[in-house]
Ligand binder design. Structure first.
Ligand code: 3AM
Length: 182
């Protein structure tokens, strides 16, 4: 059976906890948005979509290869919000070269194996909420100041998106450590 896959970097529990706390006011103010689950927060490197077993294996191999070419690096939340059009609200992520390089390697390794990915350029972000149905995000994005937590990225994950009531759940299908010495 096909699985819906993407490749991502996880966000550690303590960073999620701080961000989650900082969002309480916004969630109250904008209750109709579809807020993402903190336990599923991640930074997407490449979106693959539906994959049968062979293709899923190729995605794992590609993630492993990209991870093996890359060393650990630090990323940080910027503390600011941003949007994709009027549909997606995200927390900013300072994109160090390491993250952009890792996304580029992941996409190149996928392409080498014949796995097409969404061809929008990589843009580091952490999706917080989506507009409901055909709705739009609120026009004013507020003067919200979130945490500027930092963390070390030490692995890449192939994630499976599973439909669920209240929005998809994300599960790690495989985990690939970054193994080049920093
Ligand atoms: O990490 P975020 O939330 O930015 O938006 C979807 C989510 O990204 C994105 O893949 C991640 C896991 O679902 N996604 C879903 N469908 C997509 C598509 N057709 C897509 N990205 C590009 N093209």
């Amino acid at each position: 059976m096909a699985e819906r896959l993407f490749v991502a970097v996880a966000v550690p529990a303590e960073v999620r906890a701080r961000l989650d706390d900082a969002l309480a006011g916004l969630r109250e103010r904008w209750p109709t948005l579809r807020w993402t689950r903190p336990e599923g927060w991640h930074l997407t490197l490449a979106f693959v979509g539906d994959a049968e077993e062979d293709r899923a294996q190729a995605v794992s191999d590609a993630a492993a290869e990209a991870a093996a070419e890359t060393g650990p690096f630090e990323v940080a939340l910027t503390g600011a919000l941003g949007t994709f059009g009027q549909r997606v609200l995200w927390a900013g992520v300072a994109a160090p070269e390491g993250l952009t390089t890792l996304a580029g390697r992941t996409r190149a390794s996928l392409a080498t194996r014949g796995v097409d990915v969404d061809d929008r350029p990589f843009s580091a972000h952490l999706t917080l909420a989506r507009a409901p149905g055909r709705g739009r995000l609120p026009r004013s994005s507020s003067d919200w100041q979130g945490p500027t937590s930092r963390w070390w990225v030490t692995e890449v994950r192939v994630m499976r998106s599973v439909p669920a009531a209240g929005g998809p759940r994300y599960e790690a299908r495989s985990v690939h450590p970054l193994t080049v010495d920093a």
